[in-house]
Design a protein around this ligand. Structure first.
Ligand code: MN
Ligand code: MN
Length: 300
């Protein structure tokens, strides 16, 4: 990895870490999902980064892939457990990081610790030639040992410039993945712990989309919106609320673009048993003898 690329990763990672901690600090009883997402995205831009995906605010049994709609009035209530998942890119080089906080109570400290500890264990093991499945096995054991389940069908992932999922998975259980870590791999590691089923299921309504195919459509307004999406977000995920800047009717038109196969819509992912879910995530770069965390570990 050349110095310029490494520097971009470090900058993106530092901003992502700051934004994650800031976003989590805004999660309070009575504050809205929308203000947490928007203020965190504003901080990312103020610091010189670009959101690599919408700030995800995943509450209770929601594990991933949810950001508030532009007219959402949802508020956090006492007892919620909230995953704040933040992505930042600098010139396409991405830092992806998440943490979990509890609103006003301390009923789920052990659950939150379980994903934090699992991540720490994985990071300690990771070095060149280690099999990804062994990382998954270590995560699974760490979560199991404190009486929770590791979510088996969510994984971490390798990243490349402008690509959030670049081909390698970092499983959260001992699976059959035969891939190994290589020096220079950029990996997001993200254990999830739950007291539920340990498997997520998807449903519509996460408000997060990604471009599949930019092409000319019969309706001019749809073609124009699709072009704006392509120019602004390339193939990275984006929020419905980010498109109002291009088009006041974008919410409605996004639905049409999904039906036409031009956009992918991410399903909101919940634990299948309705369990509470915690998540902790860092982005690391595999080094000669281990790995380096780039997403500001100190503030976690
Ligand atoms: Mn993430
Ligand atoms: Mn991730």
């Amino acid at each position: 990895m050349d110095d310029e690329v490494l520097e971009a990763y470090h900058t993106a990672g530092r901003i992502a870490g700051e934004a994650r901690t800031y976003g989590a600090s805004l999660v309070k009883e009575g504050s809205t999902y929308l203000e947490v997402a928007e203020k965190t995205e504003e901080l990312i831009k103020k610091k010189g980064g670009v959101p690599a995906f919408p700030v995800n605010v995943a509450v209770n049994d929601v594990a991933a892939h949810f950001t508030p709609h532009h007219n959402s009035k949802e508020v956090f209530v006492r007892g919620d457990i909230v995953k704040v998942d933040v992505g930042v890119h600098v010139n396409g080089y991405i830092g992806d990081t998440a943490m979990t906080v509890e609103v006003g109570t301390r009923n789920w400290t052990d659950l939150i610790r379980a994903s934090e500890h699992a991540l720490q264990t994985a990071i300690e093991l990771l070095k060149p030639n280690v099999q990804m499945r062994m990382i998954g096995g270590a995560i699974e054991r760490a979560v199991d040992s404190v009486g929770y389940k590791s979510i088996s069908n969510l994984t971490g992932h390798s990243m490349r410039q402008f690509s959030l999922h670049a081909g390698k998975s970092v499983p959260n259980v001992l699976d059959t993945n035969s891939a190994t870590a290589k020096e220079g791999d950029v990996l997001a590691i993200e254990p999830f712990a739950t007291n539920g089923a340990g498997k997520v299921t998807g449903k519509k309504g996460g408000n997060i989309y990604r471009l599949l195919r930019a092409r000319d459509l019969k309706k001019r307004a749809l073609t124009t919106l699709l072009r704006s999406i392509e120019e602004s977000f390339r193939t990275l995920p984006f929020a419905e609320r980010w498109c109002l800047q291009f088009d006041s009717k974008s919410s409605h038109r996004i639905g049409k673009l999904v039906r036409l196969g031009a956009l992918y819509t991410y399903p909101i992912l919940r634990d299948g048993g309705g369990g509470m879910v915690s998540q902790t995530e860092h982005t690391v770069i595999v080094t000669e003898s281990g790995c380096e965390i780039i997403t500001s570990p100190k503030s976690l």
